[in-house]
Design a protein around this ligand. Structure first.
Ligand code: PLP
Length: 417
C-alpha cells in the first residue's frame, strides 16, 4: 500500500501558461500558472547531476582543434600527429586525475557507451559465464543493456536496495555464483547521491574472482576517486558531468585484463574503440579533468554545507516535505526530496516557470511519464516515486539561490493546496 495519495496532474502548455488538472483526496481542481520569461543569466541552475556548464579551461583548450588543428590523429603526416599528441596529453590528464595509468584510459563518446562497452567486454572475455549482477538503482545505460542481455539468454540478478538507497555487500556476496561473469554497480546514485560501499564491493569481487565494473560518473570530481587504490577492474566516466561538453567519456580498464571492444573498425584507442576520435572533445575532457585535479576536494565542503542548510530549511518550513535516501554517505551536492501529495513533474514545471532548473527522476517512455525507478526500488511506493525531486548544486551555487527555491516551494503549496 502506498503511504500517500499522490496528487496527479495533466499538464497542458498554452501560450505563456501552464494548466494542470490536479487531484487530491478532496477531489480535482485546476492549477494554472504563468511561464515567466527570464534571461539566461538570471536562471538558477540546480541540476548539476544532469549536466554541468562548460568550464572556460575546457572551452579554450578545444578551440584550436575546431579551427586550425583539424587534422585526423591517424594520419601519418605532422598535421595529424599534432592531433594525436593532443589526445595523448588529454589521456595523461584524465589518468592523472583518477589515479590510473595512461594506457588504462579508453576515450568513448559518453559514459553510456563506457558502461555498455565494459559489460560487453567482461561477458565476451568469459563466454561460458552467463550470469550478471547489477542493482535495481543503476543508470539506464546499465539497466537497459542488461535487459537486452537477459533477452539473449543471460541471467541477470538485480540487487535490492534499502529504503535509504543503500546496497548491502552481504547480498552481493550471497548472489555471486561460479558462472557470474561481471558485477556492475555504481559508485554514487545520480538521483539520490547515495554512495555505495565501493571498497567492500571491490574486495568481494576480487576474492570471488569476478570482474567488477563501476559506473563512477557522479562520484568523480566530487569525492576522492583513485582507480589504483581500489579493486575495480573498469570504471566509467562522463565528460559533461565534469565541465567538458557533451559527447565525450572514458572507460578505465585495468592493465593486463583482456578487452573485447564494443565498437570495432579502425585501430584507434589501441584497438579498444574503433572510430576517428573527437579530438576537440577529448582535449576539452582532458582540460576539465586537469582543472578538477587542481581544485582541492575541500571546495565541495562549502557546497555540502549549503546543501545541508537547504535540506534543514526545506524540511522545517515546507509543509509535507521529506528527504529521500540516507543523509550519509551521500554526494556533497545532492538532495532528493518529496512533498506529500505533490507530483514532482508539476513542481519541476512550476520551478521552470519561475526560472529555477531542478529535476524529477521520472522518465518519459513511449509518451507516458513513468516515476523514478530508483525511488520505486527504494520505497516500493508509486506515490513516493512520483513525488521525488532532485536538487543538485554546483561549485558556483549560492545560498540566495537556495533560499529562492524554498520560497518558491512555499508559494507553490499555497497554489496547490
Ligand atoms: N551513469 C550515471 C550514474 C549517470 O548519471 C549518467 C548520466 O546522467 C550516465 C551514466 C550516462 O552518462 P552520459 O550522459 O555521458 O552517457
Amino acid at each position: 500500500m502506498d503511504s500517500f495519495d499522490c496528487l496527479t496532474s495533466v499538464v497542458v502548455f498554452e501560450d505563456a501558461f501552464v494548466s494542470a488538472i490536479c487531484e487530491n483526496r478532496e477531489g480535482s481542481f485546476l492549477c494554472r500558472f504563468k511561464m515567466r520569461r527570464y534571461a539566461q543569466d538570471a536562471m538558477i541552475y540546480l541540476d548539476h547531476n544532469s549536466t554541468t556548464p562548460v568550464l572556460p579551461e575546457a572551452r579554450e583548450a578545444m578551440m584550436p582543434f575546431l579551427t586550425s588543428e583539424w587534422g585526423n590523429p591517424s594520419s601519418a603526416y605532422r598535421f595529424g600527429a599534432r592531433a594525436k599528441t593532443a589526445i595523448e596529453s588529454a589521456r595523461e590528464q584524465v589518468a592523472g586525475f583518477i589515479g590510473a595509468e595512461r594506457s588504462e584510459i579508453v576515450f568513448t563518446s559518453c559514459a553510456t557507451e563506457a558502461n555498455n562497452a565494459a559489460i560487453h567486454s567482461a561477458i565476451s572475455s568469459n563466454p561460458k559465464k552467463r550470469h550478471i549482477i547489477t542493482s535495481q538503482v543503476e543508470h539506464s545505460s546499465v539497466l537497459h543493456f542488461c535487459e537486452i542481455l537477459s533477452n539473449r539468454g543471460y541471467d541477470v540478478t538485480y540487487l535490492s536496495t534499502s529504503p535509504e538507497g543503500l546496497i548491502d555487500p552481504r547480498e552481493l556476496e550471497e548472489t555471486i555464483r561460479p558462472d557470474t561473469a561481471v558485477v556492475s554497480l555504481m559508485w554514487a546514485n545520480n538521483e539520490t547521491g547515495v554512495i555505495s560501499p565501493i571498497r567492500e564491493i571491490g574486495e568481494i569481487c576480487t576474492r570471488r574472482k569476478v570482474f567488477f565494473h563501476c559506473d563512477a560518473v557522479q562520484a568523480v570530481g566530487k569525492v576522492p576517486v583513485s582507480f589504483r587504490a581500489l579493486e575495480i577492474d573498469s570504471l566509467a566516466l562522463s565528460g559533461h558531468k565534469l565541465g567538458a561538453p557533451k559527447g565525450v567519456g572514458g572507460l578505465v580498464v585495468r592493465n593486463g585484463l583482456p578487452f573485447h571492444p564494443l565498437i570495432v573498425g579502425g585501430k584507434q584507442e589501441s584497438g579498444r574503440r574503433g572510430g576517428t576520435e573527437s579530438v576537440p572533445l577529448i582535449v576539452a575532457f582532458g582540460a576539465a579533468c586537469e582543472a578538477a585535479h587542481r581544485r582541492p576536494l575541500s571546495a565541495w565542503d562549502q557546497v555540502s554545507r549549503m546543501r545541508d542548510a537547504l535540506e534543514g530549511n526545506l524540511l522545517a518550513t515546507v509543509h509535507g516535505a521529506y528527504r529521500n535516501g540516507c543523509a550519509s554517505p551521500r554526494l556533497p551536492n545532492t538532495l532528493n526530496f518529496g512533498i506529500r501529495e505533490i507530483d514532482s513533474d508539476l513542481l519541476v514545471t512550476y520551478c521552470d516557470a519561475n526560472g529555477i532548473c531542478v529535476s524529477s527522476g521520472s522518465a518519459c517512455m513511449e509518451s507516458a511519464i513513468t516515476p523514478s525507478h530508483v525511488l520505486l526500488a527504494m520505497t516500493g511506493s508509486h506515490s513516493r516515486a512520483s513525488e521525488a525531486v532532485r536538487v543538485s548544486l554546483g561549485l558556483e551555487s549560492k545560498p540566495d539561490e537556495l533560499a529562492r527555491l524554498v520560497a518558491l516551494l512555499q508559494q507553490f503549496l499555497v497554489l496547490a493546496r
